[in-house]
Each structure stands twice: as C-alpha cells, then as structure tokens.
Design a protein around this ligand. Structure first.
Ligand code: PBG
Length: 349
C-alpha cells in the first residue's frame, strides 16, 4: 500500500451493475409504455377529402369525415385503439347549436368511426368553445360573463347527442361546476347509463393550449378562461376538483396539461384509485416537434421520454398527438429487442 492516493473507500452501492446491457436494463425497467394506453386526438371538419396540416402542430391534420377511416386504420394498425374527437363546426352561434345537432360534425364523425371500427374506443370532447361565436366554454350572461348554471343543460345535451351517435366515452372539458352530475343524470335518464364519462377534472388555465386554439378555432374573442379553468399555482385545489368529479359520477379523471403538472398527477395517483388520464397538450407537443425540427432534440427519444415521465408520474392513459408515432417507435424497439440478442455493439450503446 504505497499508493499515496489510496484511501479507504466507504461502502457504496453499485447501481451500474444492472445497467450494463440492454437486456439487464429492460429487466429492471419500472415503467413501460404501451400503444393501448395512448389516445389519439382527431380534428374533424366539414367538407370532402380534406386533410390539411395544422400550422402550429406539425403532423396533425384537420380531417373531413370521409378521411377519418384512413386515419383510424393507421392508428389501429400501430396498436392505438382509442381516439378523442374535436369538431370544427360549419357555423358558430351564441347557443352553440351545432354542438348538439344530430348531424353535427362530431356526431357524424362518431357514427362513421363506430360504423367502420366498432371496437375502437371513441371519446368525444364536450365543450362549447368551438361552437359559440364568442368562443367561450359556456353561455354568457348579459354582462358577458359565463353563466355556469344555464350552461349545464346545454353540456348535457351535447353529451347526450354524442352518446346517441355511439360515443363510448364523453369527455367534458369546459370546467363548469356541476357538469358531471348534469351529464350523468341526463345520460341515465335517456337510456345511456352505460356511456362513460372521462372528466377533464384538473384542467389548468394554461398557455400550453396555444396551438390547439388554432387547431380548433376556439380562441376566445375577449377575455380568457381563468374564470373556470384552474390557477396553475393550485395543487391542492386540483385534488378537490378531482374528488368532486368522482363524487358526481366520473368514471375516469384527467390532469391537463401533463408535463408541467406531473406533481399533480402523482398526487392524484396516490389519492384516487380510478383510471387517470393525462393530456400531453398541443403546446407540449409543438415544443418537442419544433425543437426536433430545428435539430435541437432527438424527436423519438425526447417524445418517448416525455411520455414515459407522464406514465411514471401515475397516468394510466395518455392523450397525445404523437400517439401513432410513439406506438410505431415502441413496436420497433420491442420488436427489435425480441429479435436481437445483445451484441457487443449494442452493449456499447
Ligand atoms: C376545450 C379544450 C381545449 C383543449 C382541449 N379541450 C382548449 C382550451 O381549454 O382552451 C386543449 C388541448 C390542447 O391544447 O391540446 N374544448
């Protein structure tokens, strides 16, 4: 022991032991993504043969009803079997009448998808913002503020029309108080006791919805959504919102956005046992996409890392515009893993 630098090293743990090969790393991996837990949002528009890319969201399209089957087919063949529908109506008015019209855009889309793919889970966004001429999520009082209680029957009517068209799950995103109770009561009274409700329960008033408002043409004409969406600063209140929606009859609850609210997601996971969905919203998607297009991030790795972190925090399912890409990447990864035994080249990776 003449080494002048020799020291008595205190005991330490060798975490690296289990990180040496891909197979070892897979063996101890705690969180794994699966395409079946992805929900793909689709924006449906009037017209025929429309497939227009949304400027703010590369890789996301406005689709006319006739182009939906192809998009759903693509998703299903990648293993993604749930979709969330948003509609762009032909006309907007103060009453949001296309939102509950029998031949409204979402109602037609639901019928088309359920007709062609009965096993695909069709979820519909229930809100008025894309259908009112002022783009607010509810009806307005004369003073121009949102009228919570007169909005409830309208939301219930929208949800009912989606259920009548064949939706499996209705997903109210408006953040009016009492809407889950109103929707549940209406669905039950009209013979749709088996239609589920996914509540956008902890939905924050977020800047990350920016690109979506271009996609859904739903930017409010005046004011903002802070009178009903949650203050980003409030984690405890989010748990109360979720508890209230569960008490009113929600079958699934959501935290939205996802990545800036992983703490809320983790707390919700610890507090509640029913299925929790997280929404990786348009701004989260656009940030990753544009950074990848600018050569700053590896798109595949960054997207899968983001989705993994959302799952690790406690999401059972994830609404993501990257659903189909992510599903394909996973298939490649796992297909490749099963085919190839680790070789020295892959160990070095
Ligand atoms: C409202 C709704 C919004 C989103 C989903 N449903 C927008 C909003 O509340 O302003 C945002 C989704 C996203 O940004 O990806 N109907």
């Amino acid at each position: 022991m003449n080494d002048p630098f020799a020291i008595a090293v205190p005991p330490f743990q060798r975490f690296r032991r289990l990180r040496q090969t891909p197979a070892l790393r897979r063996l101890v991996q705690e969180t794994r993504l699966h395409p079946a837990e992805f929900i793909l949002p689709l924006f449906v528009t009037h017209g025929f043969n429309v497939r227009e890319e949304i400027g703010a969201m590369p890789g996301v399209y406005h689709l006319s009803v006739d182009r939906l089957p192809h998009a759903v087919e693509e998703a299903v063949s990648a293993g993604v079997t749930s979709v969330l529908l948003f509609g762009l109506p032909e006309t907007k008015d103060p009453d949001a009448s296309e939102a509950f019209a029998e031949d409204g855009i979402v109602q037609r889309a639901v019928r088309r998808i359920k007709g062609d793919f009965p096993d695909v889970v069709v979820i519909t966004d229930v809100c008025l913002c894309a259908y009112t001429d002022h783009s607010h999520c509810g009806l307005l009082t004369e003073a121009g503020t949102i009228d919570n209680d007169t909005t409830l029957p309208v939301l219930a009517r929208v949800a009912l029309s989606h259920a009548e068209a064949g939706a499996d799950i209705v997903a109210p995103s408006d953040m009016m108080d009492g809407r889950i109770a109103a929707i549940r009561a209406t669905l039950d009274a009209r013979g749709f006791a088996e239609t589920s409700i996914m509540a956008y329960a902890a939905k924050f008033a977020s800047a990350f919805y920016g690109p979506f408002r271009e996609a859904a043409h739903s930017a409010p004409s005046h004011g903002d959504r802070r009178s009903h969406q949650m203050d980003p600063a409030n984690g405890r209140e989010a748990l109360r919102e979720i508890a209230a929606d569960i008490a009113e009859g929600a079958d699934m609850v959501m935290v939205k956005p996802a990545m800036p609210y992983l703490d809320v997601l983790a707390q919700a996971r610890a507090a509640f046992d029913l299925p929790i969905t997280a929404y990786q919203v348009s701004g989260e998607y656009a940030m990753l996409k544009l950074a990848a297009q600018g050569g700053l991030l590896d798109e595949r790795r960054a997207m899968l890392e983001a989705l993994t972190s959302i799952k690790r925090a406690g999401a059972d399912s994830i609404i993501t515009y990257a659903a189909v890409d992510a599903a394909r990447w996973l298939a490649e990864e796992w297909g490749g893993a099963l085919r190839a035994l680790p070789t020295p080249a892959t160990i070095a990776d």
